[in-house]
Design a protein around this ligand. Sequence first.
Ligand code: PHE
Length: 356
Amino acid sequence: MSELDVLKELESMRMAGLEALAKVENEDALQAWRTAFLGRSAPVMQVFQKLGSYAAEERKEIGQAANEVKVALEGAYAERLSELKERATAAALASESLDVTLPGRPVVQGRLHPDTQMLRELFSVFGEMGFQVYRSREVETDEFNFQLLNFPVGHPARDMQDTYFIEAGERGDNPILLRTHTSPGQIHAMQEAAATNPTNPPPVRIVLPGMAYRYEQTDARHETQFDQIEGLAVGPGITFTNLKATLSDLARRLFGENVRTRFRASYFPFTEPSAEFDIECFLCGGKGCPVCGGGWLEIGGCGMVHPNVLRNGGYDPERYSGFAFGLGPQRIAMLRYGINDIRYFWENDLRFLEQF
Ligand code: PHE
């Protein structure tokens, strides 16, 4: 083919390309166009491949002309592409509409679990009385859960707290277990405080909230997992009167000036003397109902810290005394809100949770 013919041919390739491009209406068609007019086997590209067969002078002119056509087609392609994109965006926007008269979607309001609400209230009441919140582990050793609390191995009082053992095996008399009460935290707290000044340990005034576990038959007042809030005050000259005042004040702050409370003599290995602390059931006014049984609701145990326990915590019982108590926040919430079954707490039934 003569040079002149090739140049004419190139011109008609440009025309054909632009004409075809004008008919392209979407991006798929555009990609097909690109393969046909700019792809490896497109006519312009073929011209480049055959350049070698022309004389040097011709080669230069044909090459330049072919390049011009290619650049023109590429430019046209890019322009078309952005036109199509713009058109698609405009179409999408046009189809969008907002009906401001439609009712809004209700905002679902979350809330704190009733047990969490109860705990926070207890923290603030105890905070006002000068108690700090102290947390300790749920997985304990026999030593901390029992032995240091004056339950020697084989002590019958262990039967009061049926235990979930996690790892016995090699550990002999010191198996790992799920704490059956928050009382082992008393030892941790005392040891920690005593370590700061072993000869004159500082006074302690803490509440210790957290989960406890017992391998028990569940019923309206017992769960295998429940929480407790332990209290501990250790210092020079602390008396049983201080304990009674603290718990009675707590009851008044939670249930009002006229609430009746009662202390019943009891037994715990780690307190001496020991008592059980009851609050009059306001659901039945003390007559007796399914929640309380006999008109009073047992809220927890308490007593004066046993000398052995003080010693195990690093406090000399000749110089220090202390009181301790362990309360059931869920029991208190039951009394407060008239909940008649402790098993509702962990059931996650919205019909229950939504009431708080
Ligand atoms: N730890 C006891 C229990 O769970 C309660 C308690 C705590 C009693 C502190 C006395 C002092 O039954």
